[in-house]
Design a protein around this ligand. Sequence first.
Ligand SMILES: [Zn+2]
Length: 329
Amino acid sequence: MNFFGYQNQWEFLKKEVQNKRVAHAYLFVGPSGLGKKKIALEFVKLLNCQVPNFADRPCQHCSSCLSITQGTNPDTHIISPSNSKDDPLSREEIGIDEIRELQSFLRLKVYKASFKSVIIDEAEKMNVFAQNSLLKLIEEPKERTVFIIISSRKEMMLSTLYSRMQIIKFLPLPLPQARKFLQDKVSAKDLDNLVFLSQGRLGLAMRLINNPQKFRLFLKTFSKISQVLTSPYFDRFQFVKAFLQEKSDLLTPSELLDIFSVYFKEALFYKLGLKKDANSNSFGRVNFNPYFKTKEIVGAIDFLEHLRFLLNKFNINLKIALETLMTYV
Ligand SMILES: [Zn+2]
């Protein structure tokens, strides 16, 4: 079983189960694209696997493990953010309706499993009503029920909520470790690009491997960004316009920000003379304007982080936001 390099976190969870110390609620926290949801699902399998020998769990083959893999396990409830039904272009959110459904799920008797499990993905997208209702549920723990809350931004949740959870942190892997993990999964040519674009986020890397079209689009967008950021503003704004017009289902605004983030971080490393050999191949293709100032690049990175927060919380004007980003360097 691979855990994307998060063996320590996995061993910790395994000990919790083995020592019958399973907490009522866990918070898996760390940047998106690391594979936290996959580990959450493996944890649910571990809790409910039917093979007698603990060391063999999760076996992946018993009816419980299989039903969790297939998403049909009646004792597991997964919540992910979605758009409002009335407005498909609205901001993704987890609202009170989702938590009400969860309440009904929790009232049901356990069907077959040892534990009733709840996974909330991208929990930072819960609105305040949802968070308050969830808080009530977590405050009144039920026997043999476990919540796994997954988030890339703990600070966007109520502190009263996350303070009741056992926090498990995840960080991107160092690039050499990520490269080792990925090397037998793609061609040598793709490997450089993949390590470069995913920046130690193996969940993202696996998504790109499984979706070659998206992988190509990431690469194309990166080259385009590196090209337009050394071009006049007019070209930069044309790029934003084209991105918004295409309304590509394959590349979300948040993924576009991820690609910008790779570019600006690389630019900063380059500027500070910190770039080592790991991705030297990709480096030749990247346009960095030697006249970029360190201060400007740092400003762009700060603004990107701020933009991510705003994108999660508000219906902001994406065109203006991206155009502003384009003027930092
Ligand atoms: Zn099993």
